[in-house]
Design a protein around this ligand. Structure first.
Ligand code: ATP
Ligand code: MG
Length: 176
């Protein structure tokens, strides 16, 4: 379960995230929230990924880095996960994912800080998808089931990034 992809532009990074989102939304929610942890240096493309992901969920609002508010939530439209990259069987509507939480943990010192912001409550919502930037800072409170995307800059090319993705294989099939 995992794949490394070279992204050559911000648009490419967003497109990768959008496809993965369509597949995430097509999953049947489990007992607790889906957690997607993003890790990588400043400017590595974490927010770009979150923007593409939100688009793939059908969220029309503009997604910005919640650096100061730390947590921002967005309603996922009822028919998310029905785009052409969705996996079958499709699972959406009332019983599907309903909320995307976008977190920026840059200003947090540890997992304890996240707990004091109501982390457990968010995590206990089975119809939530939680995406965290700077997830490595709060690793101690992330569940082992979390999916990971690690971003790194290329030394040679200004617009190249490597995305090391640890997601179930069905989410990554045909994505490049
Ligand atoms: N292949 C690429 N993928 C993503 N972003 C790219 C790529 N190439 C260049 N960029 C540029 O890199 C920057 C990425 O910024 P972004 O805010 O997504 O990074 P970040 O990881 O969220 O940073 P921060 O840690 O400050 O939140 C943007 O200015 C974008 O235009
Ligand atoms: Mg960011």
């Amino acid at each position: 379960m995992g794949k490394s992809i070279s992204s050559h532009s911000i648009t490419h990074t967003k497109r990768i995230a959008q496809k993965i989102a369509e597949r995430c939304a097509a999953q049947k929610p489990g007992k607790r929230a889906m957690v997607i942890a993003l890790e990588g240096d400043l400017g590595a493309g974490k927010t770009a990924f979150a923007q593409g992901f939100a688009k793939g969920l059908g969220i029309a609002e503009k997604v910005l880095s919640p650096t100061f508010v730390i947590i921002k939530s967005y309603k996922i439209p009822l028919y998310a996960g029905q785009g052409k990259h969705a996996t079958l069987p499709r699972w959406s509507g009332q019983a599907g994912y309903k909320l995307l939480y976008h977190l920026d943990c840059y200003r947090l010192k540890s997992g304890e800080d996240l707990v004091s912001l109501g982390w457990q409550e968010i995590l206990n919502n089975p119809q939530a998808i939680i995406m965290l930037e700077w997830a490595d800072r709060v690793k101690s409170v992330l569940p082992p089931r979390a999916y990971w995307a690690r971003f790194s800059h290329s030394r040679e090319e200004r617009n190249a990034r490597t995305l090391a993705l640890r997601f179930p294989a069905v989410f990554l099939r045909d994505i490049s």
